[in-house]
Design a protein around this ligand. Structure first.
Ligand SMILES: [Zn+2]
Length: 408
């Protein structure tokens, strides 16, 4: 028998949560471990407590809300997302996955459905990474990919430590985060990109996350006066810089899945009448399969070597600083999402996640997947972020189906 969630209740809760830390243009500001973030969690826990769910906290501030199954020893099904937002965040990023998770638990209660496995709704601390770095912190610590002490020593821009905020909100008396044996993890999220809306699809069957490689490049020349020194005698980093920009743009066009971004360029000293002594830049390469990302990496390295040889007047330094491998979600869970969308006659398509999510940390430990719904014009991390109530309900229903299939 097919059950369905209460779309009105879920929508009302999304709107109620958005009132906490409300900012102009319908946005929300609940940066991690701020008073607003804590107030949002308090409201969420009030809803959970009224249903009698068992609540646990850990020392990094993660919350775990458990609806017990009939076999408490069976590995639980984990669902969840995050309640923190960007400083100018919207109403759906993260919040949707948490409140749709609560909606799944309540729907099972309302329909009197007993599951074999327990279902555990997780609220991960500091997914956004805007106030404290790195992002996806709570899930990273729980999954063992980030050290607890490193996380606790993070400072915000005003010098406040994460450890201090953890203590202020009373999380420091709770146990060290540790992911218990679990069956799987499923996260519903807005797409944060324009693909589903453009294709008029309701459900994104997320197959994984893009691999990412980051580089810092420096071109070192010699600062000199813009007037007296003839062009041929300069050690100007800019001619090499322009070739590097062309190279990176060309790599971004080798196929439709490739993404290349030069996000930062800095010329020093940055004066109108000085030939710069140094050009610093960053390169971000992404691709949904590792072989594709490797190919982009090789093209970048080979291209930079050719450019280096053509410009003996300046020195090129290349520093690869980060490599996050491609995340492949679990085939059975991907298939369960696809089947649910198909059974409910919801238009769907397979997508890869362009943004990072807590599910990536979980996927390194457990079978995991994500479900995406469209957001208007792909806009996110913005007060104007918006998801249609119909899409919100559809996504929560698919989450319900996949969870039930796993927990029954
Ligand atoms: Zn998010």
């Amino acid at each position: 028998m097919q059950h369905s969630i209460d779309g009105n209740r879920l929508w009302a809760r999304l709107m109620a949560m958005a009132e906490i830390g409300a900012i102009p243009e319908n946005g929300s500001c609940r940066q991690s471990l701020s008073d607003e973030d804590e107030a949002g969690r308090t409201l969420f826990l009030k809803w959970c407590l009224s249903r009698g769910y068992k609540i646990r906290r850990d020392r990094i501030g993660n919350l775990f809300v458990r609806r017990a199954g009939s076999h408490p020893e069976a590995a639980p099904v984990l669902i969840g997302s995050h309640l923190d937002t960007q400083p100018t965040g919207g109403r759906f990023d993260g919040v949707l996955g948490v409140l749709a998770g609560l909606e799944v638990l309540e729907t099972l209660d309302d329909r009197g459905v007993e599951t074999t496995r327990s279902i555990e709704l997780c609220v991960w601390t500091n997914e956004e990474g805007c106030r404290f770095q790195p992002a996806m912190m709570g899930s990273g610590v729980a999954c063992g990919s980030l050290d607890l002490e490193t996380a606790l020593s993070a400072r915000d821009i005003s010098g406040i430590t994460l450890a201090g905020e953890i203590a202020r909100h009373g999380y420091d008396s709770h146990p060290v985060p540790r992911l218990d044996e679990a069956d799987c993890y499923i996260e519903l999220h807005i797409e944060q990109g324009p693909i589903l809306e453009a294709a008029q699809k309701t459900i994104g069957v997320v197959t994984g996350g893009q691999g990412i490689r980051w580089y810092e490049l420096s071109v070192l020349g010699e600062e000199t006066h813009a007037g007296p020194v003839p062009m041929a005698l300069r050690k100007d980093p800019v001619p090499m810089l322009t070739q590097i920009i062309q190279l990176v743009q060309a790599i971004g066009r080798i196929n439709a899945d490739a993404r290349c971004t030069i996000g930062k360029i800095c010329l020093s000293p940055g004066s109108i009448n000085v030939v710069p002594g140094c050009a610093d830049m960053t390169v971000d390469l992404r691709h949904p399969d590792e072989a594709g990302l490797d190919d982009m990496h090789r093209r970048l390295m080979d291209g930079l070597e050719m450019i280096r040889r053509a410009h003996g007047e300046v020195e090129l330094q290349v520093r690869p600083i980060w490599h996050s491998p491609v995340i492949a979600f679990d085939q059975h869970l991907i298939e369960a999402v696809r089947t649910s969308a198909s059974n409910r006659q919801l238009p769907f398509q397979r997508v890869t996640s362009g943004a990072g999510h807590d599910a990536f940390n979980l996927a390194r430990r457990l079978p995991a997947t994500m479900i995406f719904i469209p957001c208007r014009k792909g806009i996110s991390h913005n007060p104007r972020e918006y998801a249609e109530p119909y899409h919100v309900s559809a996504g929560a229903n698919v989450l319900l189906d996949v969870v039930l299939g796993r927990a029954e």
